[in-house]
Structures are given as structure tokens and as C-alpha cells.
Write a protein that binds this ligand. Structure first.
Ligand SMILES: [Zn+2]
Length: 72
């Protein structure tokens, strides 16, 4: 996971699942900074997705809310 000041620049080690200017959470265009999340699309292939920073905070909280109590 990385913060990018500008999605059109910066290190991009993995190809995106969606276009780089689309927020995976809300579906709106990203016109400024973004959070890039890297994960496995297949057991051998990493991909990334992009989120508005505020949407990344929402996704993170939802993942914790749903995942943490059911982690075992
Ligand atoms: Zn968003």
C-alpha cells in the first residue's frame, strides 16, 4: 500500500485491476492523490487498485470491522 501525490506519476510496480484514475471504492475519478493497494490477482500475479485517500480509510475500517472479529 502506498500513497501517491499524483496517480499519473511515481513508481508502479504492478499493473492495475482498473484504470489508475478510478477509485475502487466509490467509482469516481481520482484527480489528485491516491492510495495504491497491491495484492494477488492470481497466486503468481500481483495487481493493484487505486482509492481516494478518504475512501481508503473507509475501506480499511470496513475490512477491520468484518475481518478482525472473524480472523480465526
Ligand atoms: Zn473514492
Amino acid at each position: 500500500m502506498s500513497y501517491l501525490k499524483d496517480v499519473s506519476t511515481g513508481l508502479k510496480p504492478f499493473s492495475p485491476l482498473t484504470t489508475e484514475d478510478l477509485c475502487f471504492e466509490c467509482g469516481e475519478l481520482i484527480t489528485a492523490g491516491a492510495v495504491r493497494y497491491d495484492g494477488y490477482a492470481t497466486p503468481e500475479e500481483l495487481k493493484c487498485l487505486y482509492l481516494h485517500p478518504s475512501c481508503a480509510a473507509i475501506v480499511g475500517q470496513r475490512l477491520i470491522t468484518d475481518g478482525y472479529p472473524n480472523r480465526r
